[in-house]
Unconditional design. Structure first.
Length: 209
């Protein structure tokens, strides 16, 4: 496999995780964003590739719930927090993704996330606020590792899915965008590779009909 252009209908999978100030992508702050690109491996499967993780300045007027900060441990006002404005953070995340889309022979990126609708909602809202015209991600299609893990491992909670998959965990690092994106990428690749033989057999079966 030289690229992923033919594997996911022209989509390049990119694992994204966000940490936020609440649950509403239109009113609540985006505080962290991390992305892990997926690339082909030498055995015809996939593996985690290049990654980027950034802290983000709350947009003007953004809501930040104390409960959200208790969960993530983020201090948005910490003087040493190296946060970037939303648009700059997004452009830094998008730059390697656009490059990988071209190099892998894909047409567009597709967001992979654990309960992906949440991450995609915050990503799309930030793109709209930043007036970015060239969003490399498909606006509504995504791959959800919660669904995949529920089908293949019988677990939908990320920590339990990682345990079932035999992926090492660091509970102290959970709820940081960089950590969650990294382990979600490992989980996604494991699940895809586990299904690769089924995928090839199914494609071959339909091609022969």
């Amino acid at each position: 496999m030289n690229g992923l252009g033919d594997r996911f209908r022209g989509f390049l999978p990119v694992v994204v995780d966000v940490e936020t100030g609440g649950l509403n992508p239109r009113t609540d702050a985006l505080l962290e964003i991390a992305a892990v690109l997926i690339e082909p491996d030498a055995n015809g499967g996939v593996r985690p590739g290049e990654s980027v993780a950034l802290q983000v300045e709350p947009f003007p007027g953004a809501n930040i719930a104390e409960r959200a900060l208790e969960i993530t441990g983020i201090d948005p006002d910490h003087p040493l927090r190296p946060a970037l404005p939303e648009k700059e953070a997004l452009m830094r995340v998008f730059r390697p993704i656009r490059r990988a889309v071209r190099e892998q022979g894909c047409n567009r990126a597709i967001l992979v996330g654990h309960n992906a609708f949440f991450d995609l909602g915050f990503l799309n809202a930030a793109v709209d606020r930043s007036e970015i015209r060239r969003n490399p991600f498909h606006p509504f299609t995504s791959f959800d590792t919660a669904t995949l893990a529920g089908v293949l491992l019988g677990q939908t909670v990320l920590a339990r899915a990682l345990e079932a998959a035999g992926i090492p965990q660091d509970p102290a690092a959970a709820h940081s965008a960089a950590y969650d994106a990294g382990v979600t990428a490992e989980l996604f690749c494991l699940l895809v590779n586990r299904c690769e033989g089924i995928y090839r057999d199914t494609i071959g079966e339909f091609a022969g009909t």
